[in-house]
Design a protein around this ligand. Structure first.
Ligand SMILES: CC(C)(COP(=O)(O)OP(=O)(O)OC[C@H]1O[C@@H](n2cnc3c(N)ncnc32)[C@H](O)[C@@H]1OP(=O)(O)O)[C@@H](O)C(=O)NCCC(=O)NCCS
Length: 173
């Protein structure tokens, strides 16, 4: 990680920079629009920024999810979206945001975190295919990209079922 990089909670004055970076990092405006909507409605949510030389270069967001048919893991969060400015990628900002975000989830008393994203990227943080635990994304076609990580051993406690994201995340923009 670059020595000039700091991770801190996002503040309202960061929002324009966060939305701008999400527009740049992703091919569609969907992620920026989703984050803009979710700020208004979710609690608890975790919103962290990576700052380099006074500039917001990355952002990570976590929102609560529920596991339908769960036997455990009542406290579950979903990671995403995660975005880093294209010109600042590959310098550890994404990893630092993921690690700080997982630690923040743990401090909140969460038990597990889900993510829908590139498995090759998220594997390095201890995420495993969720289907291994009979946990599924609502659209099962997305299961190959749907991963889970316990925040402490036994966090899943045999939980299984369909993971429901916050309704706002699924609403088309
Ligand atoms: C994915 C993303 C957040 C990573 O941020 P970053 O700051 O570049 O990540 P880091 O510097 O911590 O890690 C770089 C490593 O991740 C790998 N990586 C980056 N994007 C990847 C992807 N989509 N799939 C697999 N690996 C990926 C790089 O190859 C590099 O690997 P290495 O450590 O073996 O060299 C960033 O590339 C991004 O914003 N991409 C566009 C948006 C996106 O796809 N977000 C993720 C889905 S929510």
């Amino acid at each position: 990680m670059s020595p000039n990089l700091t991770i801190r909670p996002a503040q309202p004055e960061d929002y324009p920079a966060i939305l701008a970076l999400l527009h740049e990092a992703f091919e569609t405006p969907h992620e920026a629009q989703t984050v803009a909507r979710m700020w208004q409605v979710t609690f608890p949510s975790i919103s962290l920024v990576a700052e380099e030389a006074g500039e917001v270069v990355g952002h990570i967001f976590f929102t609560p999810v529920t596991i339908e048919g769960a036997n455990g893991a009542e406290r579950a969060m979903a990671l995403g979206p995660l975005g880093v400015l294209p010109g600042c990628q590959g310098r550890g900002a994404g990893s630092a945001l993921v690690r700080a975000g997982l630690a923040a989830c743990e401090r909140l008393g969460e038990e597990v975190v889900f993510v829908l994203g590139p498995p090759r990227y998220y594997k390095r943080f201890g995420f495993e295919p969720a289907s291994r635990y009979r946990l599924h994304y609502e659209d099962r076609n997305m299961d190959p990209f749907f991963m889970v990580r316990e925040l402490h051993p036994g966090g899943l406690r045999g939980a299984s079922g369909t993971v429901r994201y916050y309704e706002e995340l699924d609403r088309s923009a």
